[in-house]
Design a protein around this ligand. Structure first.
Ligand SMILES: *[C@@H]1O[C@H](CO)[C@@H](O)[C@H](O)[C@H]1NC(C)=O
Ligand SMILES: *[C@@H]1O[C@H](CO)[C@@H](O)[C@H](O)[C@H]1NC(C)=O
Ligand SMILES: *[C@@H]1O[C@H](CO)[C@@H](O)[C@H](O)[C@H]1NC(C)=O
Ligand SMILES: *[C@@H]1O[C@H](CO)[C@@H](O)[C@H](O)[C@H]1NC(C)=O
Ligand SMILES: *[C@@H]1O[C@H](CO)[C@@H](O)[C@H](O)[C@H]1NC(C)=O
Length: 454
């Protein structure tokens, strides 16, 4: 634990923490980027730091032989799921756009650019025609019958697409957002790449708006893993990212119109791989002249800070599968609301410190692998559980009590149940898996902390 100072803030309503501890956030930022390196699929670059990972899934291809290598393995498994991947790229990019100085002061700007580009290079490969996009490589069930290294896997890895006759507005909308957000990140550092990203973002957004439907009705293999409830939220979200990237007023008015058309079930607040409304609202709060969006943002964050169910030790508990990820996502929105002077910035920031404190060690254990005190060592994650080749790695490693062989630096695990109970065991995917989407807003929150000088 890194208790370098105590701040005087008293968290009156949750006396479990009498003071907000401080941690080495710069190290957490660095480690989070190492986690994304560990998730890389495809041919790895010479400057890879996580050297126990090797080239993998080099035969990933589309129905017509298109090269679909690269991108990220989703979580503890090796499927490349397009929706959480796009959400990850959008959210990582958002964190860089807002808190770039944090990456500069830690010398990690190149690393985070590479992390984003690892995602966008793959997304560009998947966008094989204006209205054809590969949204998944690997079959969920086939993949999940395997435990071992990605370098050794031999199961079939089919590719699944959305197209004009089998659309996916949520996937296309989120992918448009990812490409647009990344185009902002690369605007000055690589203008040509940025322009390419933006061109694809525009087309992808047209695809999303023109051919309406839920991607999980088209890519049915995604149903058991990342089924969406609505796609309309991603349309508002995609329009707002195109607005931010282009500054064309038409995208802003499109976002406002699409918001107005939302069915009630598409208005559920929240921010995660599936729900985008609270993210879209805070972008609208910044740019729209309609005060509704500020009000909605404040209501969302106020509820989170004052009314959200808490565990006995003070974690705002939003959902049971991978709860820390939902909390980190919500904290990211709360911090952004504070930046914009919405609601009560001071209380939003102290809320953020208490929640991040929980994640990094306030309860006596860290939930970020390789960081701090008593961190998880039995995460549900195949590649890090395996010894180096040529040693065998299979279901034996899954079932054994030993720690994962490699330290998966920087990964935020799922987290505790509603009573703060957490057991560091490999088979508990609900509480002890790790995933690309878990770390995305979390990394943005940590960047915000570095930016704020915490
Ligand atoms: C990030 O962490 C790695 C592993 O501990 C270390 O080698 C590297 O120097 C760190 N980089 C920065 C910029 O802190
Ligand atoms: C369009 O996508 C659907 C769903 O992935 C697929 O079944 C169908 O074959 C695709 N159409 C073409 C022409 O490839
Ligand atoms: C502001 O947005 C809300 C939500 O779409 C809409 O109901 C309301 O009519 C808008 N107000 C104005 C003044 O445009
Ligand atoms: C949320 O909590 C505040 C402060 O305790 C309370 O005044 C308010 O009525 C609560 N709102 C809801 C929707 O539960
Ligand atoms: C693994 O640990 C559990 C709980 O500590 C114990 O019951 C079990 O016997 C151990 N299994 C092996 C193979 O050591």
């Amino acid at each position: 634990m890194h208790l370098s100072f105590y701040c005087v803030l008293l968290l009156v309503s949750y006396p479990v923490f009498s003071a907000a501890a401080s941690y080495d956030y710069k190290q957490v930022l660095n480690y989070s980027l190492l986690f994304y390196e560990a998730q890389r699929s495809g041919k790895l670059p010479a400057d890879q730091h996580v050297t126990w990972r090797k080239d993998a899934a080099l035969d990933d291809k589309g129905n017509n032989g298109e090269d679909l290598t690269g991108g990220y393995f989703d979580a503890g498994d090796f499927v490349k799921f397009g929706l959480p991947l796009a959400y990850t790229v959008t959210t990582l990019s958002w964190g860089v756009i807002l808190y770039e100085d944090a990456y500069v002061s830690t010398n990690l700007l190149d690393e985070v650019h590479e992390a984003i580009k690892w995602g966008t290079d793959y997304i560009l490969k998947c966008h094989v025609d204006d209205y054809v996009f590969y949204g998944q490589v690997g079959n969920g069930e086939l993949d999940h019958t395997y435990w071992g290294r990605p370098e050794d896997m031999t199961m079939e890895r089919p590719a699944y697409q959305i197209n004009a006759s089998a659309p996916g507005s949520d996937l296309a909308g989120e992918t448009a957002a990812a490409l647009a957000a990344a185009s902002i990140v690369f605007k000055t550092v690589d203008p040509d790449y940025s322009a390419t990203l933006l061109e694809h973002a525009r087309t992808m957004f047209d695809f999303a708006v023109t051919y309406r439907g839920k991607y999980s009705d088209s890519i049915t293999d995604a149903n058991g893993f990342y089924r969406t409830i609505t796609y309309e939220d991603e349309l508002v979200w995609g329009a707002m990212w195109l607005y931010k990237a282009t500054e064309e007023a038409d995208y802003l008015s499109q976002a406002e119109d699409l918001y107005q058309e939302l069915r009630p079930e598409a208005q559920r607040t929240g921010f995660d791989w599936e729900q985008k409304i609270s993210g879209a609202e805070i972008l609208l709060a910044e740019y729209s002249s309609n005060a509704t969006f500020k009000t909605n943002t404040q209501n969302y964050v106020d509820y989170l800070v004052n009314n959200q169910t808490r565990t006995p030790k003070g974690l705002a508990f939003i959902a049971t599968w991978g709860p820390l990820r939902y909390t980190a996502n919500a904290v990211f929105i709360a911090l952004r609301a504070a930046d914009l002077g919405i609601g009560n910035p001071e209380s939003y920031r102290s809320f953020a410190q208490s929640q991040v404190g929980y994640m990094l060690g306030d309860t006596g254990r860290s939930f970020v692998i390789g960081f701090g005190e008593n961190y998880p060592t039995h995460e549900h994650h195949r590649s890090s559980s395996c010894p180096d080749a040529p040693a065998t790695c299979d279901w034996m490693q899954y079932g054994m009590n030993d720690s994962n062989y490699h330290i998966l630096y920087g990964a935020l695990v799922g987290g505790p149940d509603q009573d703060d109970q957490y057991t560091d065991i490999r088979y508990d995917a609900v509480h002890n898996e790790v995933a690309c989407d878990y770390n995305a807003a979390f990394q943005g929150v940590i960047a915000a902390f570095v930016h704020l000088g915490y």
